[in-house]
Design a protein around this ligand. Structure first.
Ligand SMILES: NC(=O)c1ccc[n+]([C@@H]2O[C@H](COP(=O)([O-])OP(=O)(O)OC[C@H]3O[C@@H](n4cnc5c(N)ncnc54)[C@H](O)[C@@H]3O)[C@@H](O)[C@H]2O)c1
Length: 359
C-alpha cells in the first residue's frame, strides 16, 4: 500500500516499506489451483446475507461451486431484508448458511472446509461511522477482518476482501489510481484502510495470500436500503420527498453489482498475491444528473428537498480501473441506464402491489 507522497530516500522506514511493497507487488504466486473457481470447489463468502455478498453467492452457485455463507445479521439494516437476500443464495447450487459473528466465533473449523475466502462482511456507510457507533465499525471491519486473516494464514488459503473507495477521501488528482494518496475523510474510510494495512502486515510477516478490492458506489437489485437509489425508490413508493445532500453536484463512479461480482471472481482467479484494485463502473455522474436519469426511467418526477451535506462524504469519486482491466482481464459492462433499470424492475417485483405504478 502506498501513501502516494513519494519515497523519502534517506528515511529507513520508508525505504523498508517500499522494498516490502515491491516484493508484494511482484505477486508471489497467484494462489494456485484452489482459486480457479472450477465446479466442485467450495468457497466461504462472509457477509452472504448482504447486498453484494448475496449476488456473489448466486454467481458462485451458477458456476457449479459450493458455498458456505456466514453472516451475523448486524443492525445496519433490517434482518428481514437480509433474510430476503439469503433466499436468493439458497436458490443457486450447493449453499450452506452459518449464522455467526466473525469477530467472536471460532473460524478455523469453517476455513478447514473451504478452498478460499471471499470476505465481504463488514459495516458499510460513511455517515453513521461518526460518534459512538464507531465501536461497531472497529468490531465488524477491523476485528472481524483481522480474525479472518489469522484463520486464513493457518489454513494457507487466499482471501479476496472488500475495501472501499472511501480510503481515498477528497483527492487532489482524478481519476483515482491505486497509488493515489490515501487520506480517508470518515471513520468508515479509516476502518477500511486499517483492513488494507492489516492485509499488508499479515502478508509481509505471515505470508497471507490476500487481494483487496476498492469498490466504488455499488448499485443494482437488492441495494442496501441506506444507499441513494434505494432511498429514492422508497420515497417514490411512499410519496415522500427525497433528501438531496448538499448541492447534489457531488459525483460518484456508480458500479453495477454484476460488474463488482465479475471483478471479485476475477481477483480470486487471477490477481497476484498482495495486490489492491479499484473496482469502478467507469462513468462519473453527479447525484442530480443520476436523479434525472432515474426520473426518465420511472416516468415520474422525484420530489426533492435539499438537506445539509454529510460529514465524511467525498465530493467526487472516479476510479482509474486500468490496473484491474490489465491484470484481471475484467471490465465493467453495464451502463448506469441499464443497471438502474434492473434495480427499478427488481424493486417493483419485490414490492409488487405498491410499486406497480413506477413502471
Ligand atoms: N455497497 C457499496 O457501495 C460498497 C462500496 C465500497 C465497499 N463496500 C464493502 O463491500 C462489502 C459489502 O457491502 P454491502 O453493501 O453488501 O453491505 P451489507 O451491509 O449489505 O453486507 C454486509 C454484511 O456483512 C454482515 N456482517 C457485518 N459484520 C459482521 C460480522 N462481524 N460477522 C458476520 N457478518 C457480519 C452484515 O450482517 C451484512 O449482511 C462491505 O465490506 C462494504 O464495506 C461496499
Amino acid at each position: 500500500m502506498s501513501n502516494g507522497r513519494g519515497a523519502v530516500d534517506d528515511d529507513p522506514l520508508v525505504a523498508l516499506a517500499s522494498e516490502l511493497t515491491s516484493r508484494l507487488a511482484d505477486g508471489a504466486g497467484t494462489g494456485g489451483a484452489r482459486n480457479d473457481l472450477e465446479p466442485g470447489r467450495t468457497y466461504l463468502v462472509t457477509g452472504c446475507a448482504g447486498f453484494v455478498g448475496s449476488h456473489l453467492v448466486e454467481a458462485l452457485g451458477s458456476r457449479g461451486c459450493s458455498t458456505i455463507g456466514v453472516d451475523a445479521f448486524t443492525d445496519n439494516y433490517s434482518r428481514a431484508a437480509k433474510e430476503h437476500n439469503l433466499e436468493h443464495c439458497s436458490r443457486h447450487g450447493d449453499f450452506r448458511f452459518v449464522e455467526l459473528d466473525l469477530a467472536e466465533s471460532r473460524l478455523e473449523p469453517l476455513l478447514e472446509e473451504v478452498d478460499a475466502v471471499f470476505h465481504l462482511a463488514g459495516r458499510p456507510g460513511v455517515r453513521t461511522s461518526w460518534g459512538p457507533t464507531f465501536g461497531a465499525y472497529v468490531h465488524d471491519n477491523v476485528l472481524a477482518t483481522q480474525r479472518v486473516f489469522e484463520a486464513a494464514v493457518r489454513q494457507r488459503i487466499r482471501v479476496v476482501y472488500a475495501s472501499s473507495s472511501s480510503v481515498y477521501g477528497d483527492a487532489r488528482v482524478y481519476p483515482l489510481g491505486e497509488d493515489s494518496a490515501l487520506f480517508p475523510v470518515s471513520p468508515y474510510g479509516v476502518s477500511k484502510l486499517a483492513c488494507e494495512a492489516l492485509a499488508t502486515a499479515y502478508a509481509l510477516s505471515c505470508e497471507l495470500d490476500a487481494v483487496g478490492l476498492r469498490y466504488f458506489s455499488v448499485y443494482g437489485p437488492r441495494q442496501r436500503p441506506d444507499m441513494a437509489f434505494s432511498q429514492v425508490l422508497g420515497c417514490l413508493a411512499e410519496d415522500r420527498p427525497f433528501g438531496v445532500l448538499g448541492s447534489g453536484r457531488q459525483t460518484r463512479d456508480f458500479t453495477y453489482v454484476g460488474d463488482v461480482v465479475g471483478a471479485t471472481l476475477a481477483a480470486m482467479q487471477r490477481a497476484p498475491s498482495g495486490r489492491v484494485y479499484n473496482v469502478g463502473g467507469g462513468c462519473e455522474i453527479s447525484l442530480l444528473d443520476s436523479l434525472a436519469l432515474f426520473e426518465e426511467l420511472v416516468g415520474r418526477r422525484v420530489v426533492r428537498h435539499h438537506v445539509a451535506s454529510a460529514a465524511g462524504d467525498a465530493g467526487r469519486t472516479i476510479a482509474d480501473i486500468g490496473k484491474a482491466c490489465a491484470e484481471l482481464g475484467w471490465k465493467p459492462t453495464t451502463s448506469l441506464e441499464s443497471g438502474l433499470a434492473a434495480q427499478i424492475r427488481a424493486a417493483a417485483e419485490h414490492e409488487a402491489g405498491r410499486a406497480v405504478a413506477w413502471v
